[in-house]
Design a protein around this ligand. Sequence first.
Ligand SMILES: [Zn+2]
Length: 415
Amino acid sequence: MKKKKKKNIIRMVDVTNRDGVQTSRVCLSKLQKTMINIYLNEMGVYQSEFSFPMTSHEANYIDANLQLVHLGVLKPIMLSGWIRAIVKDVDAATKNTKIQNLHLSISTSKQMIEGKFQGRVNKKDVVKMMTEAVDLAKKRGVRHIGVNAEDASRSDLDYLVTFAKAAKEHGATRLRYCDTLGYDDPFTIYKRISYIVDKVKIPIGIHCHNDLGLVVATSIAGAKAAIDSGVDAYVNTTVNGTGERAGNADLVSVILALRYSSGFAGKYKLDPKINLSKAWKIASYASRAFGIPIPINQPGVGANAFAHESGIHADGALKDRRNYELYDFEELGRGKPEVIDTGRKITAGEYSGIKGFRNVYERLEVKFDNEKEAAKILELVRYANIHNQSPLAKDELKFISTHPEIAKKLFTMSL
Ligand SMILES: [Zn+2]
């Protein structure tokens, strides 16, 4: 019997907690970053680039989230850190944290090598720095080592092949093609990634930006190139498309495009773990946490994504939803009524007392063993409010009462 060839797969790597929070005027608390990791895991996202292991204020957050991995709360999602592809960063990241998965990043374009290193480093040195960093990561027992070619879309193609070959030979298991400035279009990225993978068989991460409004299209074209050339693809996304400048590819939009566009539906294999029913929840949560409203015309989760007004459209959609809708709102976790209190409301905040606090948790159907436990959680909730600088969401309140010690760690920072 002929052995069936394994179909290559497209997985999601969400970088909200790295590129997303790097965005100008956007900030998430460590509790909010943790909630995003939890929701990404529920959504079946393969990997969350969740931290900067070189940044000291991330230390407790990293530790707390790795504990959640250990407890099975953040499972099966892979948590990975982002560092520069230099020995110094690998050394510090592996000494200061217990992170098992790292992405090592270095610039590969002439513009950036000359413009950033100012003549101190040439193209050859970049490969050497990267391979030395990979070697050390391997030596320190890092499980997954990805190598990122920053500004790949403006880099010389044959140089990228040399770079990818060296990375693979030294033990990197993935190459990230970074369209750092959003310079590629779907046609160029397809050709370029095909060229690299045809010469070096290495799984490809696709990291695109939206400076020219092409981000979802370039991301899926990059994935198509990787799959067509016989390797797995790892598309980088962020929740609601936040990210440096004009942003990264929106997580929900990319999934919808892979699942429903005519060239992908039924032809390419999207990670079967993906569960879109959490889309509404994660998009709403991130919008609130970022303080950035979701545009009404946002694919899937925008207020108008399933709205019909004109006579012909409304009539058509009512007769058969497929007349004007490619996919169902129920699939995205929409359609359930959301209850808003219009009467008296007791909230839990930084100055709450025990009575009001108990009322808040009773409504969440959370019970405490005794007064002492309730007082302890109340104190944590007060800290959480200051930490988030906003009223807490129900899931955050539940998280704090379920994992008080981990919550405490998240709120603690030391210099
Ligand atoms: Zn980026």
